[in-house]
Ligand binder design. Structure first.
Ligand code: SAM
Length: 288
């Protein structure tokens, strides 16, 4: 493989099982003139395993901004540059966004060497709909902020995906249940590693299984949660927004009539809700 020069190559690495490195990733890592790595010691171990010796430079959350000038300069001078993170795909809850954005803004080509991500690995085995999903990365470490963020997702129909650490898995599952209800979940733990565990079922049951098994509280986790289910006749945020929009041009009774025909929500419920909004009694239209 001859690597394109003057290109910023974003290279995925394994999330546990080292055999998950792609042929192209190995070649790209060994052929780039400079390989930026989130943690050079960590990447050195992967390189030793692969029998390659790239020229490594660090690029992490704390120095990414400062590396922009250096990286863009290398690319302009015709060198090929690569980026890897500690595991999986760079930029997916990992550093690299600012440098990629800077390259694109400067008209410098960026090219992926795709591979593993815990996100897609978990989705591929979660048993929940994957045609539409919302990846939220890590929830806050603080319960209050976590619950607030989760509350904003109550009406979201897409499957939800979170990354979670061993320190918070039990508490986060409790907060997900408290805010979103006892939905179907998949907890994917230690994917591709020796103690891989994929648990699927009602959140309350999965949480209890994890509480009862201390070993299952260790390692790295992806939590996949089923999206909100549409209930016919429910005054959802979507219905509320439609009603508000129509009421800008139509009388409340007429707007309620039209929306009732389309949503199945009783006209009287819609009409009363609309009057409450107009009287300023209720807060927002975004909660269902
Ligand atoms: N860039 C990585 C990717 O593409 O998946 C993610 C990096 S993020 C800093 C690390 C988080 O990803 C972990 O805390 C965990 O939530 C998830 N993760 C990484 N490896 C995993 C694995 N083998 N099994 C389950 N989750 C994993």
């Amino acid at each position: 493989m001859s690597l394109r020069k003057g290109v910023f190559h974003v290279i995925a690495t394994p999330i546990g099982n080292l055999s998950d490195i792609t042929l192209r990733a190995k070649e790209a890592m060994s052929e780039v003139d400079i390989l930026y790595a989130e943690d050079t010691r960590h990447t050195s171990r992967l390189c030793a395993h692969l029998g390659i010796k790239p020229k490594l430079r660090s690029l992490h959350d704390h120095n990414e901004e400062g590396r922009i000038a250096e990286v863009t300069e290398h690319l302009r001078s015709g060198l090929s540059v690569g980026l890897v993170s500690d595991a999986g795909t760079p930029l997916i809850s990992d550093p690299g966004y600012r440098i990629v954005a800077a390259c694109l803004e400067a008209g410098l080509p960026v090219s992926p060497v795709p591979g593993v991500s815990a996100l897609t690995a978990a989705l591929s085995v979660c048993g929940l709909p994957t045609d539409s999903f919302l990846f939220k990365g890590f929830l806050s470490s603080k319960s209050g902020a976590r619950q607030k963020a989760l509350s904003e997702l109550k009406a979201e129909r897409a499957t939800l995906v979170f990354y979670e650490s061993k320190h918070r898995i039990v508490d986060s599952l409790a907060d997900i249940q408290a805010t979103l209800g006892d939905r179907k979940v998949c907890v994917a733990r230690e994917l591709t590693k020796a103690f891989e565990t994929v648990l699927q079922g009602p959140l309350s049951e999965i949480r209890q299984l994890i509480i009862d098994n201390v070993d299952w509280q260790k390692g790295e986790f992806v939590v996949v949660v089923s999206g909100a289910v549409e209930v016919a006749g429910e005054l959802t945020a979507e219905v509320q927004n439609l009603l508000l929009e129509l009421s800008n041009d139509l009388a409340p009774r007429r707007a309620a009539h039209i929306v009732a025909n389309h949503s199945g929500v009783p006209k009287k419920v819609l009409y009363n809700w609309l009057l409450e909004q107009k009287d300023g009694k209720c807060g927002s239209a975004s909660s269902s």
